[in-house]
Design a protein around this ligand. Structure first.
Ligand code: KG4
Ligand code: ZN
Length: 360
């Protein structure tokens, strides 16, 4: 089964063709990062307009790179939420147009289900066309062998921090999540506080490697209990410390980044390990933009070895937003007979439960 995936939920216009939910035949990511950087963050209206400008070319180039025509495809998968409403609508409208013109079945994919599906792609097969900002380089081969559910998933991105149980049928059950900011959001806000440009997460990650993680003691909210997260207190504590240092004449950027990162990583690792213990799952999948974080990767790998579970990270390029993950999830859904009508709509807010049960 070959599925075209389309992803436009935020600031990447992306398309990919994936075979059997595993093999990436081609993918294109047109990043808008340099456009939004001048505004310090994603400007929704600008994102939508750029998606409109790019989407047709991105899809056509992807098919061309794969050496395929529409006749070779079995379905179209598109991110239907959550995300920026105007941005989502561009991808959905394009996907619906293609579905109508070709008669191919259409399926709407929850963005988080897509991030998790990235872990099931065969990283060795991945080829990519990247336009604009190339983003982080491909990581070394992260694992051997193809992954099968059930797994536990830690999804850490700019918009989400969630722990999900994923059963054999690729059905999601939310075990915990953030009460306020997402981990990536906290990274981006701290980056801005210390004067780093958008998107700040990778820059904080890099500077953290040069600083002392014990330099400042930042709060680790709700560390001792449950599977929920809160990062707003940490963000405020960093803001207070940065302000204090600025007043006293010198900001220790690397030490602030390292101490902040340590606080985030400690909480993510502790909660993920607790969820593994409580569910008895054997494999943890880490997905979303923050899964690219070097500190998190190292700490989770160490904890997995100590606690006796397996941890898998998609290659860095598949951790941030892309369409291969949407196509991969689409393959699973279409194979299970799920198909959406041409009335499929975009949802800025969309819970996994509402999406799974088809209540949207
Ligand atoms: O998954 P993603 O591409 O988009 C969303 O769905 O949100 O994640 C983007 C987020 C941003 O907040 C970015 O700062 C963060 O992931 N991020 C990182 C790293 N690379 C990306 N955060 C920490 N360390 C990194 N290396
Ligand atoms: Zn994402």
């Amino acid at each position: 089964m070959r599925v075209l995936g389309v992803e436009t939920s935020c600031d990447e216009t992306a398309a990919a063709v994936v075979e059997d939910g595993r093999r990436i035949l081609a993918q294109t990511v047109a990043s808008q990062v340099t456009t939004h950087a001048q505004f310090g963050g994603v400007v929704p209206e600008v994102a939508s307009r750029q998606h409109v400008r790019d989407i047709t070319r991105v899809v056509e180039r992807t098919l061309e790179d794969a050496g395929l025509t529409w006749d070779h495809l079995d379905g179209i998968a598109v991110t239907c939420g959550p995300g920026l409403l105007g941005a989502l609508l561009v991808g959905i409208s394009a996907a619906k147009g293609y579905a109508l013109a070709t008669g191919l079945p259409l399926v709407g994919v929850h963005h988080i289900a897509g991030h998790v599906a990235a872990a099931f792609l065969d990283a060795d097969e991945a080829t990519a066309s990247t336009e604009g900002d190339p983003g982080p380089a491909t990581a070394a081969r992260p694992h051997g062998g193809l992954l099968e559910p059930p797994v536990l998933a830690l999804v850490v991105s700019g918009g989400h921090t969630e722990i999900l149980d994923v059963d054999e049928a690729f059905h999601f059950r939310r075990l915990g999540g953030t009460k306020d900011d997402a981990a990536g959001e906290a990274y981006d806000k701290v980056a801005r506080m210390v004067g780093l440009s958008y998107p700040g997460g990778p820059k904080v990650d890099e500077l953290a490697g040069q600083g002392d993680p014990q330099a400042f003691s930042f709060p680790r909210a709700m560390l001792e209990e449950g599977l929920d997260f809160s990062f707003s207190g940490l963000k405020s504590a960093v803001a207070g410390e940065v302000e204090r240092q600025r007043r006293s004449g010198g900001l220790r950027v690397a030490d602030v980044c390292a101490s902040f990162q340590q606080a985030v990583v400690d909480v993510l690792v502790e909660k993920a390990a607790r969820a593994m213990r409580e569910t008895g799952r054997r494999t943890l999948v880490v997905a979303g933009g923050v899964a690219a974080n070097r500190g998190l990767r190292a700490a989770l790998a160490a904890r997995a070895a100590a606690d006796g579970f397996e941890v898998r990270f998609p290659p860095v390029r598949l951790c941030t937003d892309n369409a291969a993950m949407i196509a991969a999830a689409g393959c699973v859904l279409l194979a299970r007979g799920r198909c959406d009508p041409l009335t499929l709509n975009a949802h800025a807010q969309l819970s996994l439960d509402a999406w799974q049960s088809g209540r949207v």
